[in-house]
Design a protein around this ligand. Sequence first.
Ligand code: ZN
Length: 242
Amino acid sequence: MNKGSFLSRRKFIGGLGAATGAAALGGAGAVEALAAPTGGKAPHPQTPAEALRILQAGNTRYRRGKLSLRDYSPVGERRASEQKPFAAIITCADSRISPELVFDVERGNIFVSRIAGNSIDTGTLGSTEYGVAVLGVKVVMVLGHSDCGAIKSAIAAVTEGKTYPSSKYGAIGEVLDPLLPTVKSLPADERTLARCVPANAIAQAQDLARRGPIIAPAVQSGSIQVVAGVYNIANGAVSIVR
Ligand SMILES: [Zn+2]
């Protein structure tokens, strides 16, 4: 990132924020319409709702095995020196998740930060703040997934008292720490993987949406939308859970 472009882009986005109110999400029909190949036209979503529909339509193509994977990048051949993603994704480090494939978008379209358990830490927060303030993404998705090992470990920590001392586990325990409050917040009989995965994605998205000075004002002005999703590894579907 270079400082000059940061300042100029940020000023531009600051002026744009108030004008782009969050539109209501379109129905399934809108998603289906967008699921059809776009003939190679680059998406230029103007609203958070439109950006989310593009992601959902891409996921529909992915689930149906009809990937387009054409160059959707608005910057085309200029991509080597510039990026213009329309969405930021915070997802798990799990090797079975490939965000560009899951949403059937090309390089340059989504700004992805990853950490096991898709939590909000300095790395994912700062990266996403850059995506919002500088790159102008319209939607931010915290994306958990089925069969998440980090969530399994967090459940074991809460329900079985399993510990991850740094002398043996390095920083693994610190990565799990942000996941524990959500597991603890659930009744004992609901601390299952199926329950904890969406609960964590929602909690992390809520945490992110409250963070100032960049994310919270952008959410409040309607210039971005923060959503939580869960990726089902078995069938490829992304469900928006918040
Ligand atoms: Zn995971």
